[in-house]
Write a protein that binds this ligand. Structure first.
Ligand code: AMP
Length: 573
C-alpha cells in the first residue's frame, strides 16, 4: 500500500477538527486497507509503529534529527535549526526543504506503508557505538524517496509527535464504524465490543484485524493473555466513609496504600510486571520476581497489588517519589534494590491456572488470592482488609490506615465482578479532605420544584476585617429530613436553615437573597481554588455542610487570610 495514501488521510485529519468527520475518514481508510497492512496502518494513524505498551522505542533525539534532515536535504544544520525556530516542528521544516530541493532523486520507487513501518521498527533494535550512524542511514533512506508531504510525516512519526490528534476514543469509534453496521443501538454495542477487546489487548492494530476477520464474536471473546498488560479496574471517589458504607450490601474495607499499582503475571517460572499505565517494569524489580517465585502457590496467575517504597527502619512507607525513582530506573538496579526496598500489598486476582476470574465476585476472588499466597511479612503480603457493616469499626479501621501513613480506605463491593478498564462504582475510595472551615452564610436562593419555600444554594462568606467576602456556593450536605435517633442529631435540614436565616434576610432580587452575616456553618471541601467568580478571589471545591456552629459568632469565623494560606499549602502537596 502506498504511503502517500496514508499521508493524504493525515493531511485531512490535520486540517479537520470535527471528531465525526475524522472518524468517517479513518473508517474509510481502514475498510480499504488490505488485511495484511491493517495493523501497520492502524498504528501509524496513531503515530506509532509499536503498540503503546511495548518497551520498544524509536529513540531519535532532536539533535540527531537535525543531522538527518541536513544530510538528506543538503541544507546545513544551522538552516535546519533556524527553520525549527520558525515553525517549532521538524515536520514542517523538512517539508519545505524537500519541496525546494532542486534535484529530485531519479528512479525512486513510491514509498510503501510496509517500508516506512519496517524501517522505523528497525531503529528500536539498534544499539552500540555506530548506532547514530545506522539510525541516520535508515531514516535518510526513507526521506530520500519521499515527496515533501511524506517527508513531513516520516519525520514526525520518527520523533513520536504526529500532531493530528487521533486520540484513543477516535480510534475505537473508527474501528467500530469501519467494520460494523447498524442503528444507533447496534453501533453502541459495536463500540463497546471494540472497547472491551482493547482494554484486554491494548493494541488497536490487533483489534482492527480482529474486528475485520472475526467480527463482534471475536472481539467479545478477547481475554487476558499472560505476559501482556491489560487496563485495570479503577476506583470511584466517595464523599465520605458513611456514604460509602451505605452503598453495598456486603462491603470489604481495605487500606488504600499510597504507592503504585503493580500487576503481576506468572506463567510457570516466568514473571512479568506491569504498572497501571501498561509500562513493563519487570527489569526494575528483581527482588519482587523473587518474592513471586517464592510466595505464589500457583502455576499460572495474574494478581494485582499496591507497591510501596518502604523504610524498614521506621516501618513506614516512603514518599511516593522514591518509588517512582525505582520505576524509572534502567541501570544499576542492584544498588536501588538496597536503597529503596519495596513492599507489595496484594488485593486482587483475575486469572488462575487457565481460568479468567473477571466474572467471579470480589469476595471469592479474595479467597482465591489468599489460598495461593504464602505471605512474606513486610515484603509481599495481602492488603489489610476487614469485612464489616459496623460504622464504628469502619471508622477505627480508617484511623488505623491513616496512622500507618496510608492514604485512606477503599470500600469494595464483595459481590461485584471485575470490569477491566472501567471506573465503575465497584470500588469506592475515601481520603481525608482538607481541614474543615467555619464560614458565614451571606446569601442564598429560594428553592424551586420540590424545594419551593426553602432556602438553598447558600453563599458562603469568609471574614476580612469587618466585611465578609464570598468564597463559594453550597447545596450539598443539607438534608430534607433529619435521620432518626442520635445519628441525625447534627443533621442540617432545609427547613431548619430556612427558619434560622429568614430573620436575617437583607434584600431580595428574584430568587437571589442577601443575608446578614450571622449564621456560622462548618464546611468540608476538597480544595481551595483561585476563582474570579467570588469576591474573595477563592472558591472551595466540592463544599459540603457538616453542621451548624451554634457556638460561634460571625466574628469567630475563618478569615480570608486562612483561606489564602490553605490554597498555598495545598500546592505543595
Ligand atoms: P486513585 O489512584 O486515587 O484512582 O485510586 C485507585 C488506586 O488506589 C488503585 O489504582 C491502586 O493503585 C490504589 N490502591 C491502593 N490500595 C488499594 C487497595 N487495597 N485496593 C485497590 N486499589 C488500591
Amino acid at each position: 500500500m502506498d504511503y502517500e495514501k496514508l499521508v493524504g488521510v493525515y493531511e485531512y485529519l490535520e486540517r479537520t477538527p470535527a471528531r465525526l468527520k475524522k472518524i468517517e475518514k479513518i473508517a474509510d481508510l481502514l475498510r480499504e486497507t488490505p488485511t495484511e497492512n491493517l495493523s501497520r496502518v492502524t498504528l501509524l494513524l496513531q503515530g506509532k509503529v509499536f503498540p503503546s505498551w511495548s518497551e520498544k522505542e524509536i529513540g531519535i533525539a532532536d539533535m540527531l534529527m537535525v543531522k538527518i534532515i541536513s544530510k538528506s536535504t543538503g541544507y546545513s544544520g544551522k538552516d535546519v535549526l533556524l527553520g525549527f525556530k520558525e515553525y517549532g516542528d521538524f515536520g514542517r521544516v523538512i517539508e519545505n526543504m524537500v519541496g525546494k530541493k532542486k534535484q529530485k532523486t531519479l528512479f525512486s520507487k513510491p514509498l510503501t506503508v510496509e517500508k516506512v513501518s519496517e524501517n522505523l521498527k528497525e531503529l528500536a533494535g539498534i544499539k552500540g557505538k555506530r548506532s547514530q550512524d545506522m539510525k541516520l542511514q535508515i531514516v535518510s533512506e526513507l526521506i530520500l524517496s519521499a515527496n515533501p508531504k511524506e517527508a513531513k510525516y516520516i519525520v514526525r512519526t520518527t520523533l513520536g509527535d504526529l500532531r493530528i490528534g487521533v486520540a484513543e476514543g477516535v480510534m475505537r469509534d473508527s474501528i467500530a464504524k469501519a467494520f460494523f453496521e447498524g442503528d444507533k443501538e447496534q453501533m453502541k454495542e459495536a463500540v463497546k465490543a471494540v472497547e472491551w477487546a482493547w482494554f484486554l489487548k491494548p493494541d488497536y492494530g490487533e483489534i482492527a484485524k480482529l474486528a475485520k476477520e472475526g467480527g463482534m464474536e471475536a472481539l467479545r471473546k478477547v481475554g487476558i493473555e499472560i505476559g501482556k498488560p491489560y487496563h485495570v479496574l479503577l476506583a470511584e471517589k466517595s464523599p465520605s466513609l458513611e456514604e460509602a458504607m451505605k452503598t453495598f450490601e456486603k462491603s470489604a474495607l481495605e487500606y488504600k496504600y499510597d504507592g503504585a499499582r503493580i500487576i503481576i503475571h506468572k506463567k510457570g517460572d516466568e514473571v512479568w510486571l506491569y504498572t497501571r499505565r501498561l509500562e513493563n517494569v519487570t527489569k526494575q524489580f528483581p527482588e519482587l520476581i523473587g518474592y513471586v517465585r517464592e510466595c505464589v502457590r500457583a502455576r499460572d496467575c495474574v494478581i494485582e497489588g499496591e507497591m510501596l517504597g518502604f523504610d524498614s527502619k521506621t516501618g513506614k512507607p516512603m514518599p511516593f517519589q522514591f518509588l517512582s525513582q525505582r520505576i524509572r530506573r534502567k541501570y544499576e538496579i542492584d544498588k536501588v534494590v538496597k536503597e529503596i526496598p519495596i513492599q507489595v500489598n496484594l488485593f486482587d486476582i483475575v486469572y488462575l491456572n487457565g481460568k479468567s476470574l473477571f466474572n467471579t465476585p470480589m469476595g471469592e476472588r479474595r479467597k482465591e488470592l489468599e489460598s495461593i499466597i504464602k505471605p512474606k511479612p513486610g515484603k509481599f503480603q495481602l492488603a489489610k482488609q476487614i469485612v464489616t457493616k459496623d460504622m464504628k469499626k469502619a471508622e477505627e479501621f480508617y484511623k488505623e490506615a491513616l496512622a500507618a501513613g496510608q492514604e485512606g480506605l477503599i470500600i469494595k463491593n464483595m459481590e461485584a465482578t471485575y470490569q477491566p478498564g472501567r471506573r465503575v462504582g465497584y470500588w469506592l475510595k475515601i481520603k481525608p479532605t482538607m481541614e474543615n472551615l467555619d464560614l458565614v452564610i451571606i446569601g442564598a436562593q429560594w428553592g424551586t420544584g420540590k424545594r419551593t419555600g426553602w432556602l438553598g444554594s447558600l453563599v458562603l462568606g469568609c471574614r476580612n476585617g469587618d466585611e465578609f467576602l464570598e468564597c463559594g456556593m453550597i447545596g450539598t450536605g443539607i438534608k430534607e429530613k433529619k435521620q432518626e435517633g442520635e445519628k441525625g442529631s447534627e443533621d442540617v435540614t432545609f427547613t431548619q436553615l430556612t427558619k434560622l436565616l429568614k430573620p436575617y434576610i437583607e434584600s431580595e432580587k428574584g430568587r437571589d437573597i442577601r443575608i446578614k452575616p450571622k449564621l456560622v456553618v462548618e464546611v468540608a471541601y476538597e480544595e481551595v481554588q483561585k476563582s474570579p467568580n467570588y469576591s474573595s478571589g477563592y472558591a472551595l471545591r466540592f463544599p459540603r455542610v457538616v453542621r451548624i456552629r451554634f457556638d460561634r459568632k460571625a466574628s469567630d469565623s475563618d478569615t480570608l487570610e486562612r483561606i489564602k494560606k490553605l490554597n498555598e499549602k495545598q500546592r505543595g502537596r
